[in-house]
Ligand binder design. Sequence first.
Ligand code: FAD
Length: 432
Amino acid sequence: MSNELLTPDFKAEPYWWEAAPRPDLGAPALPAKADVVIVGSGYTGLCAALQTARGGRSTVIVDAEDAGYGCSSRNGGQIGWSIKPSYEELTARHGPEKAQAILREGDNALEWIGEFIKAEQIDCGFNIGGRFHAAHSPAHYEDLAHRVANQPPGIDHEGHMVPKSEMQSELGTQAYHGGAVYPAHASLDPGRYHQGLLERALAAGVDVIPNCKVTAIARSSSGTTVTTARGSIEARDVIVATNGYTGTVSPWQRRRVIPIGSYIIATEPLEPGLMDRLMPRSRAISDTRKVVYSYRASPDRSRILFGGRVSHNETDPRVSAPRLHADLVHLFPELAPVRVSHSWVGFVAYTFDELPHLGQHDGVHYSMGYCGVGVSMAGYLGTRLGQKVLGFKEGATAFDDLTFQTRPFYTGTPWFLGAAVMYYRWRDRRAR
Ligand SMILES: Cc1cc2nc3c(=O)[nH]c(=O)nc-3n(C[C@H](O)[C@H](O)[C@H](O)COP(=O)(O)OP(=O)(O)OC[C@H]3O[C@@H](n4cnc5c(N)ncnc54)[C@H](O)[C@@H]3O)c2cc1C
């Protein structure tokens, strides 16, 4: 990227860290024992910990990096129904009843996060402002319209269509062919949400130990030994909450999640009036591309936060920034002179059936695989997992009996992704 496209104070880290800097938790001593040890301090780990600590179990969270270093302080803060496969796909795999139950979990997660943030009084800009899901071809507009008018049995997702001729009320671009509005969708500031969760976990007595990588998890007759870079902890229960950062410490889970790089840029503040022309409403925005763009105004409506897929494993935000900027300008030519103030990357976890998975393997609990839509689902399933550890029947979910699939020869390095992303981009460009 030519340096003129970066602001002088450009940062290769999330915009969200301005309002919620990485927490300084010091280097707390590692306890010798705990009822519950959780690997990973994102939404999944913190929400599971809140349940177990409030349920009276001594709970320790260990993270290899600063607390919340993973996706949970890096995402776009958009919240929808969070289930990727369609009713038709789910029905073909699991039958209509199970398909409905799985789709309802998406609704449950959306409802859960609104109620949770309210009950916990977390100040994170949570806003039920709706979503505009833009059609990138006329055929995709027709498909969206069909889906809005023909909902699966037992599902009632409010939505209405906005044709291209009226799209100016949603988006200041000619690049789409209209789209669907889903008023129930929401957005938040993910960094402040994580900070609020962390504060509540600490207040509940959870020990959060940052910068302490877990290197081994070994079962014995008396429990589980969690070995870390700074010593080991004896645990009654262990939860792996590492999602797209799942490594060799849990090889069974690693063979079942596909880490995919996901990228966002923040623009510098826009000139007055421009945001109101481009994004007149504070909606979450996404489109029908397979290699999807998702974007929004910042909570204070000063900047645009624009996310997409650059490649599957690029890790340098200075490399991803110009590519995303070019895509942004393709949609909104007026933004060509607007510079980039922040650029960052995170790793989401896809699964082979595009559904999240939680359960227990070899005595170790896990929840992961949110397929890039985990802002509500990670906390919701973390909560359910915490309830399972406590033995509560409320912990049951529609995902419990699904097989967590892998593929022959897959060990956690997605060698096939580069070709898949290229293919989907090509298909997106050809859409009519
Ligand atoms: C750029 C981007 C945009 C996104 N946008 C959205 C969005 O708009 N809407 C949406 O719903 N979802 C979005 N997501 C996905 C969402 O952020 C995630 O699904 C969710 O945050 C996952 O939370 P988690 O707690 O499971 O994992 P993470 O928050 O990723 O936490 C995993 C943690 O595990 C730790 N860890 C890994 N290995 C070890 C080890 N050996 N020892 C100790 N710690 C370890 C990591 O350091 C990390 O902190 C986005 C993700 C990204 C990256």
